[in-house]
Ligand binder design. Sequence first.
Ligand SMILES: Cc1cc2nc3c(=O)[nH]c(=O)nc-3n(C[C@H](O)[C@H](O)[C@H](O)COP(=O)(O)OP(=O)(O)OC[C@H]3O[C@@H](n4cnc5c(N)ncnc54)[C@H](O)[C@@H]3O)c2cc1C
Length: 378
Amino acid sequence: MNKSFDIVVIGAGLSSLMFLSRYIIKNKDQSILLIEKKIKKNINQTFCIWQGPDLIDIKKIYNLKARHAWNKIRVSYADEIVDKDISPYSYECFDGKETLKNLLNQCKGKITFKQGLDVKKIKNNKDLIEIITNKDSIYTKYVIDSRNKISKKQYKSAPSIRQAFIGNEIIAENEKFNSDVLTLMEFSNNKKDIEFTYTLPFSNKNALVETTLFTKNPSFTHIQKLHNQLLTKYKKFRSIKKEWGVLPMILSKDFIDNNNIPIGLSAGMARPSTGYSMMRIAQWVKSIENNKIESSNIKQFEFKPNKLLEWFDSIFLTVCYLWPHKAPIVFMRLFRNADIKSIIRFMSDVPTFRDIISIILSMPKIIMIHGLIKKYVK
Ligand SMILES: Cc1cc2nc3c(=O)[nH]c(=O)nc-3n(C[C@H](O)[C@H](O)[C@H](O)COP(=O)(O)OP(=O)(O)OC[C@H]3O[C@@H](n4cnc5c(N)ncnc54)[C@H](O)[C@@H]3O)c2cc1C
């Protein structure tokens, strides 16, 4: 293998592949190496996003096929159920393996891809950057780094929490689901954490059912227990897939340093209030795909989250951190009172001024003002 490249991309996950699939269209003259530590990526992931007016059309731009789309959503807590028709928007889900495979195929022949290379250290030498891996060293002008470098320490205080979940795609023996309505959040009574069920019904017998916690201390043993309890509801079923994860709900981010460009979770591409990143990655890619990475313009490649949204998210996360038992009330008020289109644009990082007003007016004022005070008075 050639040991020197213009660009080395670390990690063959969602952010790297979404970036590369677009970047290589206009930038054919730079040599690019993609390295991935895993030989076989065998992780089940289901990527879901909102789609519709004013939102980046992921299927069209990335040449991807959605597995399923819903126009109706439900949130519920205790006796209250809020059902919303979200047309002309939709909530769409993409199979993770298919998505990554498809994006990687779009890069074939245009980049070099090496698996089994685990990056141990990056040395910023004067002329070229040296990437030391478990096998050998590689030299490059620019590094795009998608490794998740968020440390446990960063979760030590408010408003940083984590979203931890376990899900099974099941086939129930009897008809248990309404395939028209996606359950975004069915809250449980939980004083310590924010706990809810997330159900993606693909047909009336087939669904992905997840138990999710927004929590300070994720424990998969605990979540598995809660999830097992949930599954008993479906009585006779067969599990065909399992997925799990821990996503950051955090406001800190890494910055560009010495021609090292962080992307993905460490770069703040996961929206703090949802933990989701596919839309933010797409927004970042859109903002840079016409530029060629050079020393003179490297700062343009930094992901810059919307400051106002980060401020809202920090208040919301402060409430989640300090008073998790009140968070379901906040969500229920939001979905009951705000315009659903405003919520979707807000969650997808593209709210209008009116959307923000609609969100503010829908929120329970006292809880949010307490969150605001706690954010500033520690
Ligand atoms: C189960 C699951 C479901 C999710 N669902 C959604 C969803 O519905 N919607 C949404 O928007 N987001 C979702 N997310 C969140 C987010 O979109 C994903 O976490 C996404 O994969 C983040 O992309 P990334 O490139 O930052 O990280 P990854 O996709 O994790 O990519 C990082 C890559 O770097 C590699 N790597 C790490 N260390 C090294 C090293 N030392 N050397 C070489 N390679 C290395 C890893 O093996 C990995 O392949 C989900 C996440 C999970 C886990």
